[in-house]
Design a protein around this ligand. Structure first.
Ligand SMILES: [Zn+2]
Ligand SMILES: [Zn+2]
Length: 336
């Protein structure tokens, strides 16, 4: 028992440095150094095309954005997220590989089979890469939609929306319960796609990645993915925003104005929002206040961030059970 505790403490201490590793080496991290660099280059370029604004450095590196109370909470949640992930919540980070093997064996049992040849290897590899990206992006959109639509889940997702300023680390301002739900869903999606491809083509295919990130996700992140959580308005224009979520579109998602509620849930692509009616393409530069209105202040303490959502969610569930039937499906959690 003592050894186990000592091991957990050692791992927790090392985990506090994990965000730095991700910053330096992990292309699947949302704040990978290259994304930060290209994001700043995009801001500098966009700024050069605008007149009459403050210096872009003053907007992006505003003191409150990086060292205010909201930002300090972001940093704590970021580090604590790594600690929890590598210690007591490590069980939630199951490998997709054995599940993929099981999916493949079921499909083979149903008669699905195939192999890969020199002629089909490249095509199938690209198809695997596209499939993984699309399934991952759709599942992220769907989980995000549930977080907004199911009142019990909205209580946890409020943590992300309670950020009063957005900086590059706000992307990781997520309650552990939401992290677990998202992680397990993504694992299942990855296992399903890989399982299908293993059944059809064997185990020879690997997706195309750069710095460990799916090439499509890498491309999205290089073109300003990091700016979604920043105070700088960058729009791609309505034609591109029909397909891709721009930084401005995600900033709208964080707005505390009612017309922006429950819009733009997408991770990389905006097609899911467009097809399911939750898209909001800004016609012009809108000034936005981030947060969830009056309730924002409840999330300024660590107690409010970690424990309040659990209590509130259980209360909402209790009320639902009492009411015998609960809220109507599709009712936005925010107004219920
Ligand atoms: Zn949201
Ligand atoms: Zn966000």
């Amino acid at each position: 028992m003592f050894d186990w505790i000592a091991e957990q403490v050692r791992t927790a201490a090392m985990a506090t440095l994990w965000p730095i590793y991700e910053l330096m080496h992990d292309g699947s991290s949302r704040y990978f150094w290259l994304y930060c660099l290209t994001g700043l280059a995009i801001v500098a370029y966009v700024h050069s095309t605008r007149k009459g604004e403050r210096r872009w450095q003053d907007i992006v590196f505003d003191r409150e954005t990086w060292s205010g109370r909201s930002a300090l909470n972001d940093y704590f949640i970021l580090v604590m997220g790594s600690v929890l992930r590598l210690t007591i919540l490590s069980w939630a980070y199951v490998s997709w590989k054995p599940i993929a093997t099981w999916v493949a064996s079921v499909l083979v049992g149903l008669g699905v089979s195939g192999t890969v040849t020199d002629q089909t290897a490249i095509g199938l590899g690209v198809l695997l890469t596209v499939s993984l990206f699309l399934v991952d992006d759709f599942l992220r959109w769907w989980i995000h939609l549930l977080m907004h639509r199911v009142p019990e889940l909205w209580e946890y997702h409020k943590v992300h929306h309670s950020a009063e300023v957005l900086n590059f680390t706000t992307a990781e301002r997520i309650h552990p319960v939401e992290v677990i739900i998202t992680s397990l869903t993504m694992t299942l999606g990855m296992a399903l796609v890989n399982g299908i491809f293993i059944a059809v083509a064997g185990r020879h295919l690997t997706p195309v990645t750069i710095f460990g990130a799916n090439i499509f996700l890498f491309t999205f992140n290089v073109f300003g993915g990091v700016l979604r959580h920043s105070p700088y308005w960058v729009s791609f224009g309505p034609k591109v925003e029909r397909w891709v979520i721009s930084p401005a579109m995600h900033q709208i998602h964080h707005s505390d104005q009612e017309r922006h509620f429950d819009k733009n849930m997408g991770g990389s692509l905006s097609v899911w929002d467009r097809w399911f009616g939750t898209i909001y393409i800004p016609a012009e530069h809108e000034s936005i206040k981030f947060g969830i209105g009056e309730e924002t202040k409840e999330f300024r303490t660590l107690k409010g961030i970690y424990f309040r959502p659990i209590v509130q969610s259980v209360e909402v569930l209790g009320r639902r059970l009492k009411a015998f039937g609960g809220s109507r499906p599709g009712t936005p959690a925010r107004v219920s």
